[in-house]
Design a protein around this ligand. Structure first.
Ligand code: ADP
Ligand code: ADP
Length: 229
């Protein structure tokens, strides 16, 4: 069913719109890449192509040398996690929300990932612990908490590659630090590609890819890019 829905969405793409042109960059295993650029530059589209939400009309995306179109989507998505911006909270318990991609995880593992993304306080806000209802009829989570919950979910699923869209997260100082810690927690032993909104994410990255009007206008470390301006 999901495959069919995706196929329909892909089929509906207007064919005369070129969103990305000549975009090329390499992401070393275990590194952290930040995608930056103005709204509409094509950053989300790059992530969508990497996890095959769309396929490119031209060009190839390779993972460990293999054209990702040679992998079926289930196989691809077991290796690539995607944390979207404004990640939704499902109506249900905290545990339900964490176990989406990883039904077998234990309570201990759930509590551990919540700790690593600084969400232990949510457990303390209620007597029910992991059985606490969250979402519309339960404990309300802030925007920052919702995104950290999505990161906790990705931590449990532990994909080797993680795509993270923080493009709309405007966080205050405290939440900024919490998010930074959460990203550090997922970055460990993992390849991370982040649509970066916050300077700290950009500075902490091994590589920054600057997009504008669907094209790469700069690639390098923060130091290199600042020097070249
Ligand atoms: P960013 O993430 O950098 O804000 P997007 O990747 O969302 O940019 O969008 C890049 C461009 O592609 C924009 O001009 C946007 O209007 C266009 N676009 C995004 N999604 C679609 C779509 N499904 N069909 C056609 N054009 C799209
Ligand atoms: P808007 O740009 O108005 O926020 P959407 O919410 O429809 O529009 O989607 C935003 C962008 O996120 C789209 O351009 C699309 O390319 C991308 N996108 C949607 N779903 C996925 C997905 N599952 N994986 C990666 N990118 C996605």
């Amino acid at each position: 069913e999901a495959e069919k829905a995706i196929a329909e969405v892909v089929g509906e793409q207007p064919r005369d719109t070129t969103v990305l042109r000549g975009v090329s960059f390499a992401v070393p295993q275990g590194s952290r890449t930040a995608l930056v650029g103005p709204s509409g530059a094509g950053k989300s589209t790059v992530l969508a192509l990497i996890e095959r939400f769309y396929d490119p009309t031209e060009g190839v995306i390779r993972m460990a040398g293999v054209d990702i179109r040679a992998l079926d989507r289930t196989e691809l998505r077991s290796r690539i996690g995607y944390v979207e911006q404004d990640a939704p909270v499902l109506a249900g318990t905290l545990r339900d929300n964490l176990l989406l991609g990883t039904p077998g995880a234990s309570d201990e593992q759930c509590i551990e990932v919540l700790r690593r993304v600084n969400l232990s306080a949510v457990l303390d806000r209620t007597e029910a612990g992991l059985d606490a209802q969250v979402g519309e009829d339960g404990v309300m989570l802030s925007g920052g908490e919702r995104q950290r919950l999505a990161i906790a979910r990705a931590l449990l699923a532990a994909p080797p590659i993680l795509l993270l869209d923080e493009s709309t997260s405007s966080l205050d100082g405290v939440n900024e630090q919490l998010m930074r810690d959460a990203i550090d927690a997922v970055a460990h032993n993992r390849t991370l590609i982040v649509i970066a909104h916050r300077l700290s994410t950009v500075i902490d990255s091994d590589q920054i890819v600057v997009l504008e009007h669907g094209q790469v206008i700069g690639t390098g470390t923060h130091t290199e890019l600042v020097r070249d301006v």
